[in-house]
Design a protein around this ligand. Structure first.
Ligand code: S3P
Length: 438
């Protein structure tokens, strides 16, 4: 060990894209403000964030794109223009759901559409909540999916009890209330990620949190700073934390968003005996930010983990990476209460079971979870990944290539939905035998 606690060889430094959840929110909030906001950007913009940018442009918001920054000129909450055609939300559930909230109280009608995967995801439960609580008028397809037609109208104050913990649904409700200048209390069964609450408070909105309820009073305008720096994406970090664990190498991931509602997977891995810690921790715009250090070279064994209940909403985007790590743990890892994973970009429980089995792993799928049999001797068989156009399945399975076994990823550009530079970061790791097909 060197004095910093890491092994002798220098750690691999992984650079992540900006945090996708925060990026969507800052774009919407900047557009709803009366300010001009600069957002520094360093990389190609991820596909999902691009969907939000295009949607805002379709609503008449001025967004100037320079090589190193975006400049958004807020239109104010009453300043959006009726779009000339349906708004295409691409693959992005966050774009579609947040727009449903924002557009339900506008003075015009609008329609949301999306790609094949997004067009299978549930929209009805949000539409019904907004209708019941705020008297919005939203219709979905017969299956409760996109296309969604929003009949913009005056909304009324009301409270919302969420049947499931969902940050997208919660945020849609809060933004609907903010845009329509009505009051609400939104209650979740368990807390989901809280970026919206943090940003609204940081920008001067009257918002209070008491246990699982959020109380929003509006009447105030958003006071955004002239420049907003987005921390990097801790969910994208999960794949390279897995790379450190599976490749048994030390990894440093700087400038990651370390919001406690997103870092539960790191606590789980720590409890399983993976040495992970944070350095250079700071608070920026109410969000915890810092460097994630993974001491992969010192791992001798990994304890299996059991995930259920209130932890699930805080790890759902990281379950693909955790499932792949579980293959190398000493025994049975169990994930339950995770049926929401069936409603993501793919049915992630089914996709993980299918791909892990095809890589020679032992995994059982239940209605709401997975049982994975791990072993420190696990060596994947060569596999061709069926990612079902789901970026997180493609990235999680790619990490298995660090064992030296060939892992082939067809249509590899799917990763650009959240992490355009994923494969160039992966190439920093020794023994990477992930074969990319475009
Ligand atoms: C997100 C919330 C999560 C997450 C998604 C992004 C967000 O979904 O899975 O990738 O930015 O609000 P839920 O709405 O199910 O919490």
């Amino acid at each position: 060990m060197t004095s910093n606690g890491l092994g002798d060889s220098s750690p691999i430094r992984v650079l992540l894209p900006p945090d996708k959840s925060i990026f969507h929110r800052i774009l919407f909030l900047a557009a709803l403000s009366n300010k001009t906001v600069r957002i520094p950007i360093g990389d190609i913009i991820a596909g999902d964030v691009r969907s939000t940018i295009n949607a805002l442009k379709a609503l008449g918001v001025s967004i100037q794109e320079n090589p190193t920054e975006l400049i958004i000129k807020g239109a104010g909450r009453g300043g959006f223009r009726k779009p000339g055609k349906p708004i295409d939300c691409g693959n992005s559930g966050t774009t579609a759901r947040l727009l449903m909230g924002i557009l339900s109280g506008q003075s015009f009608d609008s329609t949301l559409i999306g790609d094949e995967s997004l067009s299978k995801r549930p929209m009805k439960r949000l539409a019904s909540l907004l209708e019941r609580s705020f008297r919005a008028a939203i219709s979905t397809s017969e299956n409760g999916t996109l296309p969604v037609h929003i009949n913009g109208k005056r909304l009324h104050s009301g409270n919302i009890d969420l049947p499931i913990a969902s940050a997208q649904v919660k945020t849609a409700a809060l933004l609907a209330a903010y845009c329509a200048d009505i009051q609400t209390a939104v209650t979740e069964p368990y807390p989901s990620r809280d970026h919206t609450e943090i940003l609204l408070q940081a920008f001067g909105i009257d918002l209070k949190i008491e246990s699982n309820s959020i109380f929003l009073r509006t009447g105030r305008e958003l006071h955004l700073p002239t420049e907003f720096q987005i921390p990097d994406d801790v969910s994208a970090a999960a794949f390279f934390v897995a790379a450190g664990v599976i490749g048994k190498v030390d990894v440093r991931i700087p400038n990651a968003s370390l919001n406690p509602s997103r870092t539960a997977y790191l606590d789980i891995l720590n409890d399983s005996g993976v040495p992970i810690w944070f350095e250079e921790v700071a608070s920026k715009n109410g969000e915890r930010v810092g460097t994630i250090v993974v001491n992969g070279s010192s791992i001798r064994s990994i304890k299996p983990f059991q995930l259920s209940g209130s932890i699930i909403p805080n790890v759902q985007d990281e379950i693909p990476a955790l499932a792949v790590i579980a293959l190398f743990a000493d025994g049975f890892s169990n994930i339950s209460g995770a049926s929401e994973l069936r409603k993501k970009e793919s049915d992630r429980l089914e996709a993980l079971a299918e791909n892990i089995r095809s890589a020679g792993g032992t995994i059982e799928e239940s209605e709401d979870g997975l049982l994975i049999t791990g072993s420190k001797e696990f060596k994947p068989s060569p596999t061709i990944v069926t990612h079902h156009n789901d970026h997180r399945i493609a990235m999680a399975m790619s990490i298995l290539g660090l064992t030296g076994s060939a892992v082939t990823i067809p249509d590899a550009s799917v990763v650009s939905i959240s992490f355009p530079s994923f494969f160039s970061e992966l190439q920093k790791f020794p023994r990477a035998n992930t074969i990319i097909l475009q």
